[in-house]
Design a protein around this ligand. Structure first.
Ligand SMILES: Cc1cc2nc3c(=O)[nH]c(=O)nc-3n(C[C@H](O)[C@H](O)[C@H](O)COP(=O)(O)OP(=O)(O)OC[C@H]3O[C@@H](n4cnc5c(N)ncnc54)[C@H](O)[C@@H]3O)c2cc1C
Length: 372
């Protein structure tokens, strides 16, 4: 009798294997874990949030992006909206704080920026019921006295965009998903996916029996290409980013107003106490070789110091680098079915915006499963 009941329960449940536990795999696991019909297992060859996610600055440039319609805008809008509830929800479930910054993003515009385009963006965002402001130099320096007093330009201020600690967020997603019954298998590398029929697929690990599940979701960042090579040519290339953490004797500017500041693609991110993350470089492979270039990091640091001269008084307490997963020959991210196979889904190639786009990615994957 017990066996029969178990059999029926198993038949009612849909099994899902997720490969990869960066921000994408962890968010998918957490969002799907609310549905009782799924039995979810997540596999990662490392501990969570060690690859691209572990290097990210967590700046969520949604409303301030120049995307105003179509998929690129919808993914951003949906993700920023979900983050407003997701962070407090996870903090409540896990009873731990997820460091985040809700004071917005201030982007200094350069002489090359088209101010007419930015004014149009402000109008569009107002029509879309989002907030975005243009500040003149006087307002910028009054609000943020750490900015070089020589600044004469314009800035865009986006109060509803935010920044979150990507590692703390991923760990919270894992902890909350575990509470909802998701099984995590860390330090477990997946070698291959076999999907010979339309009903199930197998994943193989080196020393353990093959796992069969109803669905496989590949959220393996740069590891996705080799996992999918026999199914579909999804080429994900590394783009290196270096960043530093600068410790100062005191906070820059007004302690009560510490937004993320962006200039010339360089982010200055308040990250607790008197520390700031500064980054990141964007470095492509040269002749197929990916090596961190010291001069690229020096340039980023110099841009930050030119912008906020007091950063020069700080001490660099940490330097790190990571590889962003960028799709070749197609727009980021790749959220799709794999080839003709109905049972393998992919959510990868989020390039520079994986932290930002994780919530919308998880929703799309959820819809694909529910459409079955
Ligand atoms: C320096 C830097 C700064 C960044 N700043 C930002 C930012 O401010 N905002 C933002 O939105 N994005 C930012 N990004 C981009 C962001 O980090 C990525 O888009 C995002 O982390 C991708 O998440 P992911 O889960 O797809 O990949 P990953 O975090 O790389 O996770 C993939 C996981 O899959 C696992 N895996 C791979 N192959 C296998 C296998 N065969 N078997 C088992 N497990 C496997 C890996 O171990 C890894 O844990 C930044 C990136 C870098 C490098």
């Amino acid at each position: 009798m017990d066996k029969l009941i178990n059999f029926q329960l198993n038949k009612m449940s849909t099994s899902i294997s997720i490969i990869g536990c960066g921000i994408i795999g962890a968010t998918i696991a957490y969002e799907l874990s609310h549905l009782d019909k799924y039995t979810i297992d997540v596999y990662d060859r490392q501990q969570p949030a060690q690859a691209a996610t572990g290097a990210a600055l967590g700046v969520l440039m949604g409303i301030i992006s120049q995307k105003v319609k179509g998929r690129a805008w919808n993914l951003r809008k949906e993700s920023i909206t979900r983050y407003q509830s997701l962070i407090p929800e996870l903090e409540k479930i896990t009873k731990s704080k997820i460091p985040h910054n809700s004071q917005g993003i201030l982007k200094l515009l350069s002489s090359e920026d088209d101010l007419g385009k930015w004014a149009q963006l402000v109008t569009t965002r107002t029509e879309q019921e989002w907030q975005l402001e243009l500040w003149n130099a006087r307002k910028v320096i009054t609000q943020l006295p750490q900015i070089n007093s020589q600044f004469r330009g314009t800035a865009a201020y986006s109060p509803q965009d935010l920044q979150v600690d990507p590692v703390a967020l991923t760990n919270a997603l894992v902890a909350a998903a575990k509470l909802n019954g998701v099984n995590f298998h860390f330090d477990r590398s997946i070698e291959s996916i076999t999907a010979d029929n339309q009903h199930s697929c197998d994943i193989s690990t080196p020393d353990l029996p093959t796992v069969t599940s109803d669905w496989v979701i590949v959220a393996a960042g740069l590891g996705s290409t080799s996992l999918l090579s026999t199914h579909a040519p999804i080429e994900i290339q590394p783009v290196l980013g270096q960043a530093i953490q600068i410790r100062l004797p005191q906070l820059l500017g007004n302690p009560d107003f510490q937004p993320v500041i962006i200039s010339d693609d360089v982010n200055i991110v308040p990250c607790g106490k008197n520390d700031y993350w500064v980054g990141a470089t964007v470095e492509f492979p040269v002749d197929g070789v990916m090596t961190a270039q010291a001069e690229c990091l020096e340039r980023v640091k110099q841009i930050a110091i030119d912008l906020c001269p007091d950063l020069a008084k700080g001490e660099i307490v940490r330097t790190w680098q990571g590889l962003r997963p960028r799709p070749n020959h197609r727009p980021a991210p790749v959220i799709d079915r794999v080839g003709n196979n109905q049972r393998v889904l992919v959510a990868t190639g989020h390039y520079r915006n994986g932290i930002l786009l994780a919530p919308a990615t998880a929703r799309i994957i959820g819809d694909m499963l529910l459409a079955d």
